[in-house]
Design a protein around this ligand. Structure first.
Ligand SMILES: [Zn+2]
Length: 362
């Protein structure tokens, strides 16, 4: 390497405050099926009287205060706070070029909904709550594989509460949970940190973590399904489960290779369709009379038959053409010629038949 280039490289390394993030992963790592997503962003939690501002994630078996929590991507620690019985909070700022995919969610039982459009941002925050054994310090640069601590039991089971926050998010106090406390549900005279209104949660900066991570990781999102898609089993066997996870989704029925079903609207299940839960993408599907969750990896989309549009070719041989009749017969386009020539090179002259069609019918 040339000396000047080496010096430039060292200068960049010394003076860049933060390595750009270009690849995100889940905050818990494990082989497919070892992770659990027990409560999603925006789920209504009865005991707290409001909507959940993040995702609750854990390893199979819960934990014991030693299971690792990782930074989701390159970034810098911008907040560490002690939330008492809720454990510690770590917030990481990520700089780069990110896409927040559009989300529109309506909770059928209450009619409450939230909506945000697709947006490209240059900054995003990831926030980790219920931590113990915090292994990073304030302003520390981290990479995707930096362990930031372990999760503890905030009195409700060992789990990580994980949030993604818009760059213009409303931060108050110790950042936990987030946003304006006037928007939080109050139970027994205490602020719960659960949002009374789904849209307020989004307006304060909350974004759905799973879809953000998925959209900003180097995966082929063109394979994602949509509601109404016909799907076919590609694995030699695939289970339909009661819950979008290998671990705690009990098997409802087994499917064989080639079985065909359909992707359903999942909004009445408490989960969003296409949930990136445990390293698999899960879809709410129906095969025969059975409804439940299947891992995307074992399915493929059955292509729609191509739509065909019929047309006709007309010339002077057809004489008068009744176009209404042609249309009613299912034809949607016609070839006609605006000119014809009988010389070489062709001499262009008016095509009287075309002119007749044009005057009478178009
Ligand atoms: Zn939570």
């Amino acid at each position: 390497m040339e000396k000047t280039r080496l010096i430039t490289l060292i200068a960049i390394l010394l003076f860049s405050s933060q390595v750009k993030a270009d690849d995100f992963d889940l905050p818990l790592r494990g082989i497919h099926g070892e992770l659990r997503l027990s409560q999603m962003f925006g789920n209504y939690y009865e005991a707290k009287g409001g909507f959940h501002s993040g995702e609750d994630r854990s390893y199979k078996g819960g934990g014991d205060g030693t299971r690792s929590v990782y930074a989701i991507g390159n970034g810098k620690v911008v907040k560490i706070s002690d939330l008492g019985t809720l454990g510690k909070l770590v917030a990481i700022e990520h700089i780069g070029s990110f896409t927040i995919p559009r989300k529109h969610y309506t909770r059928p039982t209450t009619g409450q909904s939230y909506l945000y459009s697709t947006e490209n941002v240059a900054k995003i925050y990831s926030v980790y709550v219920h931590l113990t054994n915090v292994a990073v310090v304030d302003t520390q640069s981290v990479t995707k594989n930096t362990k930031i601590g372990s999760y503890m039991d905030p009195d409700g089971g060992y789990h990580l509460h994980f949030e993604i926050r818009h760059p213009d998010t409303v931060h108050v106090g110790n950042w936990s949970l987030f946003g304006r406390q006037s928007n939080w549900a109050v139970v027994g005279g205490k602020n719960t940190g659960y949002y009374l209104n789904l849209q307020y949660m989004v307006d304060d900066g909350g974004r759905e973590p799973a879809s953000f991570i998925y959209a900003n990781s180097p995966r082929d999102i063109s394979i994602l399904f949509r509601t109404g898609d016909s799907v076919r089993v590609t694995w030699s066997s695939l289970n339909i489960r009661s819950y979008p996870a290998l671990w705690d989704g009990t098997v409802i029925t087994g499917l064989v290779q080639g079985a065909q079903g359909q992707v359903l609207d999942a909004t009445d299940t408490g989960f969003r369709n296409g949930v990136f839960a445990d390293g698999y993408f899960w879809w709410y599907v129906q095969f025969g009379n059975t409804r439940g969750w299947c891992a995307q990896d074992g399915l493929e989309r059955v292509p729609e038959p191509p739509t065909r549009v019929k047309g006709i070719d007309v010339s002077s041989f057809q004489g008068y053409v009744d176009w209404s009749e042609v249309y009613n017969a299912g034809y949607r386009f016609a070839f006609v010629r605006a000119s014809l020539g009988d010389e070489n090179p062709p001499l262009l002259i008016d095509d009287n038949f075309y002119c007749t069609f044009q005057e009478n019918d178009i």
